[in-house]
Design a protein around this ligand. Structure first.
Ligand code: CMP
Length: 149
């Protein structure tokens, strides 16, 4: 499987529910390598670039309003097949319908306040990573236990 980079955002509800550590722990335990991490307040401009594919949809306005409403954690991760693996770990979009054991399935009952976002393809990962991180902020390093993954 190809080594891939992907972006996860812990949305304001995940931060307010104090689940930052738990969510990071799940990805680390799985064997994903965190290569960039930051906490930020998303600006309207950044939100509009990040969610440009949803422009014109009925929920677009509330989506922009919500993601800019409070602190967000941006996580850049790397690993073989990481884009699909992370999508599987977060579960389906609506927290009320997401499988138990997934992040949304365990922490959310909502479509809007669904705790996390993750890139859904290589194309969106490449696009989204560079919205939240400069190239130099995505670190290249070896993990000591990488041979066990
Ligand atoms: P996210 O993965 O961040 O990508 C777009 C977000 O739009 C999605 O999670 C949901 O939180 C939000 N959203 C709100 N309404 C809808 C909808 N009807 N369909 C898809 N996404 C929606």
């Amino acid at each position: 499987m190809a080594n891939e980079r992907t972006l996860v955002l812990i949305k304001p509800d995940g931060v307010m529910k104090r689940e930052i550590g738990e969510i990071l722990t799940r990805f680390e335990r799985k064997g994903l390598k965190i290569i960039g991490l930051k906490m930020l307040k998303v600006t309207i401009d950044t939100a509009e670039r990040h969610y440009s594919v949803h422009k014109g949809k009925p929920f677009y306005g509330s989506l922009i309003e919500y993601i800019t409403s409070g602190p967000v954690i941006a996580i850049a991760m790397e690993g073989d097949g990481s884009i699909a693996i992370v999508r599987k770990m977060i579960g389906s979009t609506d927290g009320a319908k997401a499988e138990p054991g997934t992040i949304r399935g365990d922490f959310s009952m909502s479509l809007n306040y669904n705790t996390v976002h993750a890139s859904d393809s290589k194309e969106s990962a490449d696009y989204e990573l560079l919205i939240f991180f400069s190239k130099g902020e995505l670190l290249e390093f070896e993990m000591p236990d990488q041979k066990y993954i």
